[in-house]
Design a protein around this ligand. Structure first.
Ligand SMILES: N[C@@H](CCC(=O)N[C@@H](CS)C(=O)NCC(=O)O)C(=O)O
Length: 287
């Protein structure tokens, strides 16, 4: 069989772990959803900059000091005569959406959508993240502006609680690059080591407080999901908006403590547990 024409660059993981990063997971869901012919190229975090530079793909994000933050996903189309490289998850979704019919896949941005829920406002949209600013990416086309906005607000909500995933994330670092990755994260935070970085997370009491706050922080998004029969934002028909939420749910499902994740899945009538389960079953495949 011919090699797939699309190459999806995702963050490399430990051999006993599955991919976890929220933005690449949005793309993996979108690739599977549209039945795109792709294969994955795994990239260690410290090598992302080199890979993007070699692909002549400018950074899609900035650090607080304005310097380039090189990220994944990247999608490369190697189709002769139609070669291109895309370096942002929303640009990639737009590209896949325009080809989905030819592949027999589903519509990422359904034409008959009421766009219900895309005006979601995150309670954390103005929070300082402490890390690189959220990417408030312009929509690739004007008709996707509300999806771009939804993406930014969902990113803001989950980013506010991402410390709940930090401690366990090292499980997923590939052994060969784990030391370099930890050093890179420490350097970005301006601390001597990964252990210093973990020290900022605080004790079990602080974690408990963050976890309780998460239930409230996620309630606005949950209430949008709860208003339809579900499991998707618009009810029975999924759209890219659900994959955006699903990308984050993957990260939290992997790295929160098991009892925390189990409880999270019961919050707000279980809307997120149900969404995660359906997306995993129908659209999660690693190839
Ligand atoms: N706006 C970008 C953001 C991508 C992004 O932030 N990717 C993260 C993973 S979720 C990343 O590559 N991080 C690499 C690092 O932290 O070094 C997109 O939507 O594609």
């Amino acid at each position: 069989m011919a090699s797939p024409t699309l190459i999806f660059y995702d963050i490399a993981t430990h051999p006993e772990h599955t991919p976890y990063a929220p933005n690449p997971s949005k793309t993996r869901y979108a690739l599977n959803f549209t039945k795109a012919p792709y294969r994955t190229e795994w990239v260690d975090i410290p090598d992302i900059q080199g890979v993007r530079t070699a692909l002549d793909c400018p950074a899609a994000r900035k650090f607080l000091d304005g310097s380039d933050f090189h990220t994944l996903p990247v999608l490369q189309d190697t189709t002769p005569g139609a070669e291109c490289v895309l370096g942002d998850s929303l640009d990639i979704a737009c590209y896949l959406a325009s080809r989905a019919t030819a592949w027999g896949g589903a519509a990422l941005f359904p034409a008959d959508s009421t766009r219900y829920g895309l005006d979601y406002s995150s309670p954390h949209i103005d929070d300082p993240t402490g890390g690189p600013p959220l990417s408030a990416r312009e929509a690739p086309t004007p008709d996707l502006a509300d999806y771009a906005r939804f993406n930014t607000h969902v990113d803001a909500t989950f980013t506010a609680y991402v410390t709940l995933t930090s401690q366990n994330m090292t499980r997923a670092f590939p052994p060969a690059s784990a030391t370099r990755t930890k050093a890179l994260f420490a350097q970005r935070a301006g601390v001597p080591s990964w252990d210093d970085l973990m020290g900022f997370l605080g004790d079990a009491e602080k974690r408990k407080g963050t976890f309780r706050a998460f239930e409230t922080g996620i309630s606005g998004l949950a209430s949008l999901y709860a208003q339809k029969e579900g499991p998707f934002l618009e009810g029975q028909t999924p759209s890219y908006a659900d994959l955006v939420v699903g990308g984050w749910l993957r990260m939290f499902s992997q790295f929160m403590e098991q009892d925390e994740w189990a409880e999270f899945c019961t919050w707000h009538g279980g809307v997120f547990g149900r969404l995660h389960e359906v997306l995993q079953r129908q659209y999660w495949e690693v190839r």
